[in-house]
Design a binder for this molecule. Sequence first.
Ligand code: CA
Length: 263
Amino acid sequence: MQSSRTSRSQTQGLKRALAVCLASAFALAAAPPEYRLVVVHVYPHDSSSFTQGLEFHAGVLYEGTGRTGRSFLRGENLKTGQVIRAVPLEGKYFGEGISVLGRRICQLTWLNGKGFIYDASTFRRLGEFSYPGEGWGLANDGHLFYMSDGSNQIRVWDSASLREVRRITVHDGEQTIDRLNELEWVRGEIWANVWHSDRIARISPADGRVVGWIDAAGLLKPGEVTDPEAVLNGIAYDATNNRIFVTGKLWPKIFEVRVVRQP
Ligand SMILES: [Ca+2]
C-alpha cells in the first residue's frame, strides 16, 4: 500500500511539473517579440523642451511641450533645431500631446480637459475642444485620433467631431499596460512610450494587444540629462521616407533610429 501511495504521489507530482512546464512554454511562445534601437543619425534638440508631443510632416518636425508657463507648440527644422514657427500656451495650461491631421494641429492639455486646434500652416488658433479626464499623448492614422490619458486606455476619436468612438485596453497577455504616454502611428501600429521607462509598446489598434516591445535604453550617455523627469517621451514617424525619430523630455538630442528584432 505504501509503495502504491508513493507511486501515485510521484505521478501527480510529475503531472504538476509537466503542467507548469507547458504553461511556461506557452507563456514564452506567446510573449511579444523584443526589439532594440540602432541609431542612424543624431539631431539637435532644445534641452529646455519638456517634450510631450512629436510628429514629422512634410519636412517639418512638430513638437508640443509641457510645464505651466513654458508650454508651446513649435514647428522646427529637424537638421538644425531652428524654430520655424511657435505659439505659446496661456500660463494656466500644461501642454501635452500634439497631432497634425490635414490642415489642423490638435494639442492636448494635461489636467484642464481642454484641447486646442491650430491652422497647421500659420499656427493661428482655430478653436478648442473638451474631453473628460487627463490628456497625455495624441496621434492619428489619417482618419482617427488616438489619445492616451496615463492609464492603460487609448481613446479613439472621430477626427472631425473629436468625439470618442471607442476605446482600446492595452495589454500584454493578461497584463494591462499602464502609464501610456506619447503616441505615434507607425505602419499600422500604435507605438507608445511607457512613462518613466525606456520601453516603447507596439500596439495593435484592433484589440490593444502588445505585438512587440522596444527597448530604448542607452540612447543618451550617462550624465547627459540630470532632471529626474527627463525621461524618454517622443516618437515621430516620417512616413514619406520611412524614418523613425525618438527623443525625451529635456533631452539635448533627437535620434533617428532603426528597429532591430532581438535574437
Ligand atoms: Ca508622436
